[in-house]
Structure formats: C-alpha cells, structure tokens
Design a protein around this ligand. Structure first.
Ligand SMILES: N[C@@H](CCC(=O)N[C@@H](CS)C(=O)NCC(=O)O)C(=O)O
Length: 355
C-alpha cells in the first residue's frame, strides 16, 4: 500500500491576530481538514519559545506553515519539508496551491477562488494595504500592551494580560536555566534570543505589576515609568489615525479591491477585528457601531469620512438591501466590516468572539 501523501501543517494560536489570516484563507480557499493539519501553539505559556518550535520558526511567532516539498511526494523518498514563517507568504502559498485544477484536493471539492489580485494596479493597492497593516504604527500586538491611557484602564489591562506575560517570562527563565545547567543544549544565538525576549517583557511587566497602586503610592522611579508608559500609549493610539485614514483612502469598497475578496482583505479582517476588540466592540456589532467605537477609543474627535454609499456597498457585497436609504453614507471600513462578517470564514474564525 502506498504511504499517505504527507500533509501541510499550520501552526497557529487561537487568539493570535496574524494566525487568523491563514485560518481565514483555509476557509475561503475551501481546503479540507485532510489537506492541512492544524497544530495549536500556546503563546500564553510561551510554547513558541521551545527549541522544537524554534527549529521551524526561529522568530518564535505564529503562524508557520510547514509544507512537504513537491519533489519528495513519492512514497519511496523520505519526505522533506519547508517552513513558511510569515502570514503574508503563507496565504500567498495557500492561494497558489489550491486552484480548481490543482491535484491536492482530497475530500474537499469546494471551489477555490483566486485571491491574488489579477492586475498590476490591483497588486500595487493590495501590497500597499498589506504593508500598511504590517507596519510599525499599525502593530496590533503592540496596541494590546498600550491599551491603557489612564489608571483605571491600566488596572483592567493588568488583569487581562499580566498572568500571560508572567507565564511567558517564567517559560523563558526556565529555558535559559535549563540550557545553563545542560538539561537542554541550544546555540548561543538561541540563548541570546531568549534573554532578549525576557528583557523585553520586563518593562511592561513592572508597569502592570504596579497597576493596582494609585500614582501617589508609587516611588519616583515607578511614577516616571508610568507616565512614560502613558505617553507612549497616547502616541501609539494617535499614530493609528494616519493608518486608518490611509486605509480608508486605499480601500475601493466594500472589499479592498472592490466587490471581490482578495489577499489584502484577509489581513484587514484580522487587523480590524483586533482593533474593534481593543475598542470595546463585539462580533455582533455592525460596521457603523464598530467604527464609531474605534473612533471614540482613539479620541480627540477623530472621525473617518462617511462618504461611501451604504446601498452601493451592500449591492457590491451581495447583501440584501435591507432598510437602507439611497442617501445613507458610511465610511469604507464600516462597509468592509459589514461585508466581511457575513462570510462563513469570518463566522468560523471569530465564532468564540473577537481576538
Ligand atoms: N510578520 C509575522 C508576525 C507574526 C506575529 O507577530 N505573530 C505573533 C502573534 S499574532 C506572535 O507569534 N507573537 C509571539 C509571542 O506572542 O510571543 C506574520 O505576519 O506572520
């Protein structure tokens, strides 16, 4: 009997924003569960820093897609694999690997729509949007740690993230210790990487450990650290205004490239879901409510221009017209949200709420 064809494996974490991008892609492309194995990596306990994971992704991030190399698919050759270590490259790979003609289909015969933009102009817009979403001022993971701009929200943030941060730090400490005492053996580079990661978490951990104290109960050093933290948090949320305005300008609507879903939409969906969550929205909210909440959360009277026809957005997304008046207008991110959240892929990835 021929050995089974080796499968690809997607390493992901349920609450990770960038791992949600390939998870959306798997659904949109119609991959069957027998085509890709899903392997969960627990970021909250620092499982991603284990030497076995670093071997497939030395950046210690999810997602990672491990795929068998094409020319090793015969049963007699031991399979060899390559690891794709970035959400952008992974969804490009998933898009190209499954077309209506591809031979990898096993149980799933679902159609495999092309998500790669069809023209040079669309590619340029798509790349611009994806670059912007992965740029430093848009960093959705940094925004999690900067999601407090006063004492009250700092207390809440400590409650939400401190247990995970300290668990991760403990894992790093144990790995460093085990290496030093020769329980495990890793390269000097890996040891340095763990140390750098541990130091990076120390700053925010000390701010959050003090969160239960009022500012006047802190010593001078801790007081200064807290006010520097608030200044950085304000700067981070302020910088987001420009990101949102640029996105709004690039998106054709309701999807990034108009009425067809494409790669950029997968990145945008995951990014906007995170921003919505940080702004207090839920998966049940409609696009106008979500963008209102994001605008209020950013503050200082920030508003996205409401210039897109709601009726047109719904028509392009194939949604029923509903109770919409011809004069109703919304911003493009609200139109995107309404279109995206109706898709089975979105409903599946966000079934347990936004993350
Ligand atoms: N550029 C990478 C970024 C991946 C990334 O930052 N992933 C986060 C989760 S969304 C992660 O794994 N962080 C490691 C950690 O939290 O320790 C991509 O797009 O895949």
């Amino acid at each position: 009997m021929a050995a089974p064809i080796p499968k690809a494996a997607l390493y992901y974490s349920k609450l990770s924003i960038w791992a949600s991008v390939p998870l959306l892609a798997l659904e949109e492309k119609g991959y069957g569960p027998d085509e890709v194995d899903l392997k969960e990596v627990d970021l909250s306990t620092g499982e991603n820093f284990a030497p076995s994971y670093l071997r497939i992704n030395p950046h210690a991030t999810v997602p990672t897609l491990v795929v068998p190399l094409q020319n090793t698919l015969q049963a007699e050759i031991e399979s060899r694999y390559k690891a794709i270590q970035d959400s952008r490259a992974i969804v490009e790979f998933l898009d190209k690997s499954r077309s209506s003609q591809s031979r990898t289909h096993t149980t799933s015969m679902a159609p495999a729509p092309a998500l790669t933009p069809a023209t040079i102009a669309f590619s340029a817009t798509s790349n611009k949007i994806i670059d912007l979403l992965h740029s430093e001022p848009a960093d959705p993971n940094a925004l999690v740690y900067f999601n407090a701009r006063d004492d009250k929200s700092l207390k809440q943030l400590a409650h939400d993230v401190l247990p995970k941060l300290t668990a991760k730090r403990e894992t790093l400490t144990k790995l460093i210790h085990d290496n030093e005492t020769a329980h495990i053996r890793v390269s000097e580079k890996t040891q340095k990487f763990w140390e750098v990661k541990r130091i990076a978490s120390d700053g925010i951990i000390s701010i959050l450990q003090n969160a239960s104290k009022n500012a006047d109960e802190l010593d001078a050093t801790a007081q200064k650290a807290r006010s520097e933290y608030f200044a950085a948090a304000n700067a981070a949320w302020n910088a987001l205004k420009e990101v949102l305005l640029q996105l709004h300008q690039e998106i054709i609507g309701p999807y990034a490239l108009g009425d067809q879903l494409s790669l950029a939409d997968l990145h945008l969906a995951a990014w906007l879901a995170r921003l919505a969550k940080l702004s207090g929205a839920t998966g049940a909210d409609d696009g106008n409510t979500v963008t209102d909440k994001i605008e209020v959360h950013i503050g200082n009277g920030f508003k996205l221009p409401k210039e897109f026809s709601v009726a047109e957005a719904r028509r392009r997304a194939g949604l029923p017209p509903g109770n919409v008046q011809p004069t109703d207008r919304q911003n493009r991110l609200a139109a995107f949200w309404d279109a995206m959240k109706e898709r089975p892929s979105w409903k599946k990835v966000y079934a347990d709420g936004l993350h």
